[in-house]
Design a protein around this ligand. Structure first.
Ligand code: THU
Length: 160
C-alpha cells in the first residue's frame, strides 16, 4: 500500500471588491442572470457567467421542473449554451453566484458534482484549464485555477 495525498490550492478573497475588476464584471453578469433563475421549488437561485476566448460572455441560471431531476443547474445551462453557440471557442473563466429566497447566503457556493464533471469535460476538450470563481450572495469569493482542483481523480475520456 502506498498513500496518495491529493492537494488543491484555492484562493479566498474577502469580498467581490478584492477580485480583479475584469472578474468583478464577470461576477456581476452572474449576479444579474441569477435573477432569471426559475426556482419555484428550491427558492435557491444560481447565476453563472462564462468568459470565452472570443470575448463573448455566455450566461446561465438554474431552471427547475415539477419533475425535479428534469431541471438543470446554472453552470450546466451556461456551459451547454456556450458549446451550442460557440463550439470552437475556449472557456477561459466562469463566475458563479447563489442566492436563497429563504436566508442570506454569505458563504461561497461551489458548483455541484455534476456541474464539475460537465465543466471538466470542456477543460479536457479544449486542453486548457477554466478558472473558476464562486460566491454566495455576499461575502467571500473563492477562486480555483482549474475545475480539476475541485474534482480530483477526474473521470474523463482517458478512462474509457
Ligand atoms: N444549483 C445550481 O444551479 N448549481 C449548483 O451547482 C448547485 C445547485 C441549483 C439546482 C437547483 O435548482 C437549486 O440550485 C437547488 O439545488
Amino acid at each position: 500500500m502506498k498513500p496518495l495525498t491529493i492537494t488543491s490550492r484555492l484562493e479566498v478573497y474577502e469580498s467581490l471588491d478584492e477580485i480583479p475588476p475584469a472578474i468583478q464584471d464577470l461576477m456581476k453578469s452572474a449576479i444579474k442572470v441569477r435573477d432569471n433563475a426559475y426556482a419555484p421549488y428550491s427558492l435557491f437561485k444560481v447565476g453563472a457567467a462564462l468568459l470565452l476566448d472570443n470575448d463573448e460572455i455566455v450566461v446561465g441560471s438554474n431552471q427547475e421542473n415539477a419533475s425535479y431531476p428534469s431541471g438543470l443547474c446554472a453552470e450546466r445551462t451556461a456551459v451547454f449554451a456556450a458549446g451550442a453557440q460557440y463550439p470552437g471557442s475556449h472557456i477561459l473563466k466562469i463566475a458563479i453566484s447563489a442566492k436563497s429566497m429563504k436566508h442570506k447566503v454569505v458563504s461561497p457556493v461551489p458548483p455541484c458534482g455534476a456541474c464539475r464533471q460537465a465543466l471538466v469535460e470542456y477543460e479536457v476538450k479544449q486542453e486548457e484549464p477554466i478558472e473558476i470563481y464562486f460566491m454566495g450572495e455576499t461575502g467571500k469569493v473563492v477562486k480555483a485555477e482549474s475545475v480539476k482542483d475541485l474534482l480530483p481523480l477526474v473521470f474523463d475520456n482517458s478512462c474509457l
